[in-house]
Design a protein around this ligand. Structure first.
Ligand code: PLP
Length: 223
């Protein structure tokens, strides 16, 4: 029988040192998370606030929690005091709320802007023109309590690896364009969060700096 720690180490060994592994623990119990924690790993991600907050309370304090799922504005206040990075910022209104709650917590919260790169229209995210509109809005320039660290994207769920590759390439190109035009002198803007269990090797080939991996480590999720 394969143990979680074995799968974790097997996955970990395929990831270059300069790529950050975010272990996605949604639907998985605290015991499973501790098994990975006890291998020395500290960066975990969840997709729902209502699942994240009770886990964060019970699990060790030195875990860096990332939020990767769609975030509603009325839930920002529950994660603002402790969240390490939010990958799923997809509107100016949401960013404004994160900025407000970060300020209340006397924090600066690291954020990624989620881009819509998949063909499916079920996935959240900004398109290129919405991204530019956000970055050029006068309001955006006033936010003191959020730090934009890069872009996140989810490829189409398909066996067509060429399509996935194309979508990831597009995200990388966009990242460099945005970096040059808006964040040239800004060292914080450096992350491209792309790649999940089924497509992370392609993500890494295409220049991902962060991969978000759940089921390849914990096994399938049962909802
Ligand atoms: C669930 C989820 C993941 C991890 O998915 P796996 O296929 O289990 O690796 C990554 N990113 C986001 C945004 C997710 O919701």
């Amino acid at each position: 029988m394969s143990k979680i720690s074995d799968s974790f180490n097997a996955v970990k060994n395929t990831i270059p040192e300069n790529v950050t592994l975010v272990v996605i623990s949604k639907t998985k119990p605290e015991g499973d998370i501790l098994e990975v924690y006890n291998c020395g790993h500290r960066i975990f991600g969840e997709s729902k606030v209502q699942e994240l907050t009770p886990k964060a309370e019970k699990l060790p304090d030195d875990i860096q929690w990332h939020l990767v799922g769609h975030l509603q504005r009325n839930k920002v206040k529950f994660v603002a005091p402790f969240i390490s990075m939010i990958h799923s910022v997809d509107s100016l209104r949401l960013l404004k709320e994160i900025n407000k709650e970060a300020k209340k917590s006397k924090r600066i919260i690291d954020c990624l802007l989620q881009m819509h790169i998949a063909e499916e229209d079920t996935k959240f995210g900004l398109d290129r023109s919405e991204l530019i509109e956000l970055l050029e809005s006068p309001q955006f320039k006033e936010f003191q309590n959020v730090r934009i660290c890069g872009l996140m994207g989810m490829a189409t769920f398909t066996n067509n690896t060429n399509q996935v590759k194309r979508e990831f390439k597009g995200l990388k190109l966009l990242f460099h364009e945005i970096k040059d035009n808006y964040f040239k002198e800004n060292e914080a803007f450096k992350e491209i969060s792309m790649g999940m269990s089924d497509d992370y090797p392609i993500g890494i080939d295409e220049g991902s700096t962060m991969v978000r991996i759940g089921s390849a480590i914990f096994g399938e999720r049962h909802y």
